[in-house]
Design a protein around this ligand. Sequence first.
Ligand code: TSX
Ligand code: MN
Length: 599
Amino acid sequence: MLRIETLFNQQLKQWIEEVVELCQPNRVHFCNGSELEAASLCKEMVKNGTFIPLNDEKRPNSFLARSNPKDVARVEDRTFICSKTKEEAGPTNHWADPNEMKETLTKLFRGCMRGRTLYVIPYSMGPLGSSISHIGIEITDSPYIVVNMRIMTRMGEDVLAILEDGPFIKGLHSVGSPLKIGEKDVPWPCRPEETRIVHFPEERSIWSFGSGYGGNALLGKKCFALRIASRMGRDDGWMAEHMLILGLTNPEGRKKYIAAAFPSACGKTNLAMMQSVLPGWSIETVGDDIAWMKFADNGRLYAINPESGFFGVAPGTSEESNPNAMVTCSRNSIFTNVALTPDQDIWWEGMTKETPPLLTNWLGQKWSPDSPNPAAHPNSRFTAPANQCPVMDSNWEDPEGVPISALIFGGRRSTTTPLVFEALDWNHGVLMGCMVNSEKTAAATGKVGELRHDPFAMLPFCGYNMGDYFAHWLYMGTKTTPDKLPRIYSVNWFRKGEDHEFLWPGFGQNVRILKWIFERIDGKGKGEETPIGILPSQAALDLSGLNLHKNAMASLLKVSKEEWLQEIKGARKYFSLFGPHLPQEISDQCTRIERRLQG
Ligand code: TSX
Ligand code: MN
């Protein structure tokens, strides 16, 4: 095994020494990323009760973990952007003074790994050696995080070889639960009362304390690939976005790549892996959550998926909604907070029409359908390797990335927003991204149906002032010629009719919308200019074999002057939050739409 004395990267060596001194772990383990290493960690976790091995015949090499019930999701109110000034973090982030926060964290981390093993995880976000990729090192005391990071990132020895003496993003993570001598560990150690997820964008480092769950602890994902990387992108002229990436192939075999941003609970993973209902048209997956995008020398925007796995929401995933995700997590997968069947397989709400008998819920208790609570936690997850997805794109690991022809913004809107429309130009498209909002689905915070603004679906993930981020989007549009910029679209699968039923069947039928977008980019698809953008004429959408209700299409494509004046008014009110950081161009774009609506 690699030892600290033999480390080539002096900065890394020094940092590990500092952390060991501070956290006082019993052992240090350098992760090599091998299968053997993962197997041995899984075995240890089974022994400790962290992992329940699943039925090897039904779900080979897969495990169930049950978290502490107080540690089940990202904690936005305990997530901080510690830039030098509060203004740099902006009005949508929690800010704390970096020096004061370091002091607080240093106290929390002192001795926090006693009795535990410190794992050093070298990982690459993006294909090894790609000029768009970046390397991170996560130090953690959670073996659960090690085996999840092994799925979600390219992790191991090869990364150190590539790193040489180069720069890396520091991520320090602890579950914050030291063990006394002889003390027995619990299955899911954590410190919910003291949890803090802290970003230092200027020094490009992350400190995460107290949580072992998902985006709080898998530091390569939301913390690095979105919050820190968005700041790196602004400084260095690229983009880190909360977007899926898919390839769409037409019957002639020509392929175009599309990236799309949606707030949570809009089915991003389902769209990324969607099965087309139109003969000859197919969809391939590049990524389901994050896109890093850069202009290449040819003037076009290229994207990589910095991840190598899916950390997908389990409930609602089924043979009907996402058959490819079901195959992806059929083996070599980790399930967190789902239900367990008597034959040691997993289940969640929406997986099957019939609920299997004798389930054990995510809390480890006997459960029946009469129970008032779901068997799987609503935020339960599968962690599954991307290369197991049957429809991964042949270019998904291309170090150059894939050329992006269209960007899509979406949200969950029962009114106002048409099924699809196209921006008039880049800046208008940027306004569409700024205006992304979505109706709340879970009653956890606020009223169901209440609108939440979520610009570019980046509200919880932008590592700097969101107003400056809008300006960065406008600036990116000046880096190439207009003909080479991706076209920008808005979609809404969730519009409802007067009967409060969804008007659009969604899922695989969405390919009809993607087909129109493909044809528009090709210069063929017919569109009609409206005050809010270009809508497909009904004849331009391929609705063959689709039995929509009478008038459904007209309702789906309706643009109401009154509703849209209200919509712009709401957007302006929201934008006022950004004060002088709101680019003038964004208010000007609002003015233009208002004039067109009134004109
Ligand atoms: O993921 C979804 N997509 C995208 C699919 C590629 N969902 C699920 C959202 C929660 C994660 C959708 N839900 C979509 C959709 O396009 N559309 C809807 C709304 C809807 C739900 C059920 C039906 C229709 C629409 N059922 C029937 O029409 C029978
Ligand atoms: Mn996401």
